[in-house]
Design a protein around this ligand. Structure first.
Ligand SMILES: Cc1ncc(COP(=O)(O)O)c(C=O)c1O
Length: 385
């Protein structure tokens, strides 16, 4: 968003701060860059927006003709509401699949990607019982551990590894494996891990006579917060040769990606007001703003405080600068947005954090997972709160 637009918006919306604004032009630009890289490589290229990245942008992504990837039954229900007349695909992949959820997924015409051998067996049992032929995808754990993701925990038992996949029944009357799925990690800046992952998938394509219809490489394409990251073009350069090879014996192969962060991350702007400045706190001044990382930049916490959103001060140039620790409005010592060198700020100034579109504000119900209910026990009664 350019300065002129920000001025225009704030002239009439200043009283709404703290607020987050998503710039649809940025979303379009990011999506187009993916389309341009991949759509001429395969006959069919699908962007299945990773809904959990920012649920507030579901309708926007639908308006841009995206399909969806969802990871919980709650999010599936939300995505199903996003109807407009154009058809769209939904890919469902959850590590928490119950029999009840499974029925809802299958009967809703949603494409299921199984995550484990026991999920395969559960689907097989249901399909046999219902005498139904089901087409499913399989998530593969390619064991390609990325070196440079921003998150400490990756590869926590998602997908079947190569050997497990080989152990799946070749022919089943009621289940047909029509696609492979592999997502390595979010904000993955390790190009080598992509290359390694694709090699494992290529091997499965080459060595197995399943009738594969698609290859889904998940999401994880990085965006630049503080330090530079490999460009999307450099990812495409690793991916495209492998796709071409896989495609040769499978000319109608559909190539699917599930980006979240790359598309919506750069589109989000968080506007916050400085409500206090504490200058007697050691070497660095502390600026208190009127929102909190707990509600507005969840991703910073998930990344162990590695992710730091770029920040500028509204209407101020970087002439006389000072280093600040920016803290949120809660009393928690963990509520820190980061240390920034900024033009001298005063109480009342507006800070604009960019790249606040992914895993930030709308991430309070992370991935739509079921929340435990709360009760009080009175000694003989359990009372819901
Ligand atoms: C299976 C799957 N697909 C897609 C994504 C989207 O990732 P990102 O937002 O980094 O593109 C995720 C996020 O972790 C995921 O788990």
């Amino acid at each position: 968003m350019d300065n002129k637009t920000i001025h225009k918006i704030l002239t009439v919306n200043d009283h709404r701060i703290p607020m987050v604004i998503y710039d649809v032009d940025v979303i379009k630009r990011q999506k187009t860059s993916l389309d341009n890289l991949f759509k001429n490589v395969v006959k069919k290229f699908t962007i299945a927006y990773s809904y959990k990245t920012n649920t507030a942008l579901g309708q926007t992504m639908r308006d841009l003709d995206c399909s969806f990837q969802v990871t919980s039954i709650n999010h599936l229900r939300q995505v199903k509401q996003l109807t407009n007349k154009k058809p769209f695909k939904i890919f469902f992949n959850s590590r928490n699949l119950t029999k009840k959820d499974l029925k809802e997924v299958i009967h809703g015409g949603v494409h299921l990607i199984i995550n484990s051998r026991s999920q395969y067996d559960m689907v097989q049992e249901l399909a046999t019982k219902q005498r139904q032929k089901l087409q499913i995808g399989v998530r593969i754990d390619t064991k390609s551990l990325p070196k440079n993701t921003f998150f400490k925990t990756v590869n926590t038992g998602l997908g079947l590894d190569y050997q497990e996949f080989k152990g799946l029944p070749r022919k089943s009357k009621c289940l047909e494996i029509v696609g492979l799925h592999a997502h390595i990690a979010s904000q993955n800046t390790d190009l080598l891990s992509i290359e390694k992952g694709i090699k494992v998938l290529s091997r499965i394509f080459e060595q197995n006579n399943f009738n594969f219809r698609y290859l889904n490489l998940g999401g994880g394409f990085p965006i630049q917060y503080k330090n530079s990251v490999p460009t999307i073009k450099s990812f495409a350069e690793k991916i495209i040769p492998a796709i071409r090879k896989i495609q040769k014996p499978n000319p109608s192969l559909e190539f699917i990606i599930e980006p979240g962060r790359y598309i919506v991350g750069p589109a989000g702007y968080l506007f916050a007001r400085v409500n206090d400045i504490i200058s007697n706190h050691g070497k660095i001044d502390v600026a208190v703003i009127n929102c909190s990382v707990f509600s507005s930049v969840r991703d910073r916490i998930l990344s162990g405080y590695v992710i730091e959103l770029p920040c500028v001060v509204f209407k101020k140039q970087k002439i006389e600068t000072k280093k600040y620790l920016i803290v949120g409005s809660s009393p928690s010592s963990c509520d820190t947005f980061g240390k920034y060198v900024l033009p001298k700020i005063r109480i009342g100034d507006i800070l604009i954090f960019s790249h606040a579109g992914a895993y930030c504000l709308s991430n309070d119900d992370f991935t739509g997972v079921e929340k435990p209910q709360e009760f009080v026990w009175t000694g003989n009664h359990l009372l819901p709160i």
